[in-house]
Design a protein around this ligand. Structure first.
Ligand code: 6PG
Length: 241
């Protein structure tokens, strides 16, 4: 079984000149994924990434030429993870997407499936947020931490071995520590996975995620290995071309 997993190869790797170009390419790929989903199923279930990297992608999606090409009226938004902070906190992944994209496009509240991670009743929130996910996401957009984490699946976390839940509460190694994250099953089951990772701080994580011995307990981003990876020259500098 392990041998098979070492044979997993990315669907495609884009190596771009810089962060801006990587974000523009990611925007175009998201448009394409949305068109396929709408054509085949009449809906686009889009799971957003947190962190700072995708901010420019969300800004690009909110304006022409991208914004005119996506059927926002039948797009549903989810999050791969959320910090346990209020939605108006600068640390909130929801706020990142709201400020950069959601507040600029015509979407209804019932299309935005925010994880209400600020609510102290975590069991209620986990159940509520998990029940909102579709059977299969059309697109899982992920970032990459310097340590190889993705979403809030950190190296060595118990969450990496959870199979019977869609979301779990974890304590991350960096503030804000308490976070709610998808489990690996949600990555495995997504129709499309896009990983956007740029800059020299990601070099080691990119190399380990794409070419390292299969070891997702220490390199959680390997769960996304089969996806489309959008890199720049810096983050891709150690992988075999
Ligand atoms: C989060 C993200 C996380 C992020 C990476 C990379 O909530 O922080 O889900 O997985 O994608 O930590 O963060 P940057 O994009 O800021 O480098």
């Amino acid at each position: 079984m392990i041998g098979d997993q070492n044979d997993i190869r990315p669907e495609k790797i884009f190596i771009t000149r810089n962060h801006e170009e990587a974000c523009r390419i990611t925007g175009g790929l998201i448009v394409d994924a949305s068109k396929t989903a709408v054509r085949e199923r009449g809906v686009f279930h889009f799971c957003l990434s947190g962190g700072s990297t995708p901010k420019l992608v969300y800004e690009l999606l909110s304006e022409k030429p991208f914004s005119d090409q996506i059927r926002w009226d039948i797009t549903h938004f989810y999050w791969g993870d959320e910090r346990c902070v209020p939605p108006d906190s600068a640390e909130s992944n929801f706020r990142l997407a709201y400020d950069a994209l959601l507040s600029h496009i015509p979407v209804k509240e019932q299309q935005v499936h925010r994880i209400k991670a600020e609510d102290p009743d975590i069991d209620k929130i986990l159940h509520q947020a998990s029940s909102q996910f579709p059977e299969q996401l059309d697109l899982m957009l992920l970032g990459l931490g310097d340590d190889g984490h993705t979403a809030s699946l950190f190296p060595g976390s118990f969450a990496l071995n959870v199979t019977e839940k869609k979301l779990v509460l974890v304590t991350g190694p960096m503030p804000p520590n308490p976070r709610i994250t998808i489990t690996p099953h949600m990555i495995d089951s997504a129709r499309n996975i896009f990983v956007l990772a740029t800059g020299k701080s990601k070099v080691r994580a990119v190399k380990n995620a794409l070419e390292g011995e299969w070891n997702p307990d220490q390199i959680p981003a390997q769960f996304a290995r089969r996806g489309i990876w959008i890199l720049d020259k810096e983050s891709a500098s150690k992988i075999k071309q």
